[in-house]
Design a protein around this ligand. Sequence first.
Ligand SMILES: [Zn+2]
Length: 99
Amino acid sequence: MTESKDWRRARCHDLWAEQGGTCFYCQIAMAPPLLQRIRHRKRPDAATIDHVMPRSLGGAAEWHNEVASCRACNAAKADTPPTAEDLENLRKLKSLGRA
Ligand SMILES: [Zn+2]
């Protein structure tokens, strides 16, 4: 499976748009991934793709398991399993959009 940087950015942008531009976990506003300047991508509020069920725990690298998360939340969460609330929020989010 090839995942180019451009593809990842476009995917991140789709997730960002799906969530109204806010972090899945802390709800801070994040800059649009496709418009983000390179020097801003390391900022704590930069948008990243997070796998709600970590890939190390068997989570799929697929849209239904992916959310836009700020870099700070993504780093803090690392490989921690999702909480019941995270899973419920994920279910709600994904049932609203494309199924
Ligand atoms: Zn966050």
